[in-house]
Design a binder for this molecule. Structure first.
Ligand SMILES: Cc1ncc(COP(=O)(O)O)c(C=O)c1O
Length: 436
């Protein structure tokens, strides 16, 4: 990105770069974090046991209305434990790493790679399910189509993107009908609620196995960390064991099954425990940011990321989607991009460059998994069937691919809960000027 180009562009005349960076979503500390960390150090509980871990597990389970929570090093580790538990049910007795061998697994397509990786850790084959336009999550119609094509599938890995609950009534209904387990990736959705007719509750309580993340950019952070949440005591105990190298009940280190070093440290737990006290405040701040974008961008040919009326998101990231008619030409390669500025039009890369030139951080929408080089040979299902090889040299059009379209026209905007309304007004002004 050529910063000077933006700073000297007459469209942006009069705007000054932010003296300190306005982040996409950075950690917000309050003071209690330091107190809990200090207490852990002063009492020498500087390991993977201690009061911070116990209290954080209790606080998260209570907040989500669940019985058990197991604190782990990260959300990805929690997802791995979820997938491993699912694999044990589907394929009991399979060798470690081969729990899903020979199994296809349906998975959200527009998400972070961490949702998918655990399927591969366990030897499974992901099949990506296209996205719907109402919440930007897994499309139930495409999911139903996928079960029609692959009726033997026993596992669905579902993410709630940007803190917006997926269409859980439909998805839970479909999975029950087909006897499939759900791994719920609620990494981005801690504190988001859904009041449906089939299921109701907080994100993190809908899966047969669920995970949240305390990564530094999440709504609550421990600097890193994650949590496995469940109502099943045996599953919680299994994850406690697996995540501490699968130690058996013996006076020495005795092992009968493969273990992992996935347990959260009591120091990280201190940060997350203190931060967790502020979850409702963080959600309120994120909601206000979302509402200011919605109002401030109303006169532009864009919309903000949508949600259903039965959902209360945590508003983790605010995003925009540019109307097709207002998209300038934008081309993305594997690692680079080009666009052509046009009056009255813009594109995500131009908006992200402009925002970045003035020292604020946005981000492209998650690039859908079916478009990722690593998954180029994996299946991809859309509403009317196979989402691969859609174009035909002899017929116009190439069929719907909602995820690719949202990736092409969408962007995540600076959504840091320390961003002031004045700073946000400047970001909104920059976006306006991109369309001049
Ligand atoms: C959708 C999604 N799934 C999983 C993860 C993984 O969480 P962690 O970074 O804590 O491993 C993240 C975030 O990082 C995420 O955004």
């Amino acid at each position: 990105m050529n910063r000077e180009k933006y700073l000297s562009d007459p469209r942006f005349r009069g705007i000054k770069p932010f003296p300190s960076k306005v982040w996409l979503s950075s950690p917000t500390m309050h003071g209690e974090e330091m107190a809990y960390v200090t207490e852990a150090i002063e009492t020498n509980w500087v390991s993977t046991v201690g009061a911070n871990i116990n209290e954080l597990e209790k606080a998260v389970a209570d907040y989500l209305g669940m019985q058990y929570a197991v604190a782990l090093t990260c959300g990805t580790a929690a997802l791995h434990m979820c997938v491993k538990l699912a694999a044990e049910r589907i394929n009991p007795g399979a060798a470690p790493g081969n729990g899903l061998l020979g199994q296809r697994v349906f998975c959200s397509d527009m998400t972070f790679d961490a949702s998918v990786n655990p399927i591969l850790y366990e030897g499974g084959e992901p099949i990506f399910i296209d996205t719907e336009a109402d919440t930007w999550n897994m499309d139930p119609v495409s999911l139903e189509k996928a079960f029609e094509m692959y009726p033997d599938v026993k596992l669905v890995v579902l993410a709630h993107l940007y803190g917006v609950p997926a269409k859980m009534d439909e998805i839970v209904g479909i999975c029950r009908k087909h006897g499939a387990l759900i791994v719920e990736d609620a990494a981005e959705a801690m504190g988001a609620k859904y009041t449906g007719s089939v299921v109701s509750g907080m994100c993190g309580c809908f899966g047969d196995f669920s995970a949240v993340s305390f990564n530094g950019n999440k709504i609550i952070t421990g600097s890193s960390g994650g949590m496995f949440v469940t109502n099943d005591r045996a599953d919680a105990e299994k994850v406690r064991k697996w995540s501490t190298q699968s130690r058996e009940a013996a006076p020495w280190y005795q092992h009968e099954e493969l273990g992992y070093n996935y347990r959260m440290s009591n120091i990280i737990a201190g940060v997350a425990r203190g931060n967790m006290l502020h979850i409702d405040e963080h959600i309120r701040q994120k909601r206000e940011i979302y509402e200011r974008y919605r109002e401030g961008l109303r006169d532009l040919p864009v919309t903000v990321n949508p949600f259903e009326s039965k959902s209360t998101p945590n508003y983790w990231l605010s995003c925009l989607l540019i109307d097709e008619k207002a998209m300038c030409s934008q081309v993305r390669g594997d690692k680079d991009y080009m666009y052509e500025t046009e009056p009255g039009k813009s594109c995500p890369q131009e908006i992200l460059d402009a925002v970045s030139a003035f020292n604020a951080e946005g981000r492209p929408i998650w690039k859908p998994m079916h478009m990722q080089p690593i998954y180029r040979m994996s299946g991809f299902i859309v509403r009317d069937g196979n989402g691969r090889a859609r174009s035909n040299a002899y017929i116009a059009g190439d069929g719907a691919d909602i995820g690719a379209d949202i990736f092409r026209r969408g962007a995540c905007l600076p959504s840091d809960n320390k961003m002031t309304p004045e700073q946000q007004a400047v970001v909104i002004d920059i976006i306006h000027r991109c369309f001049e």
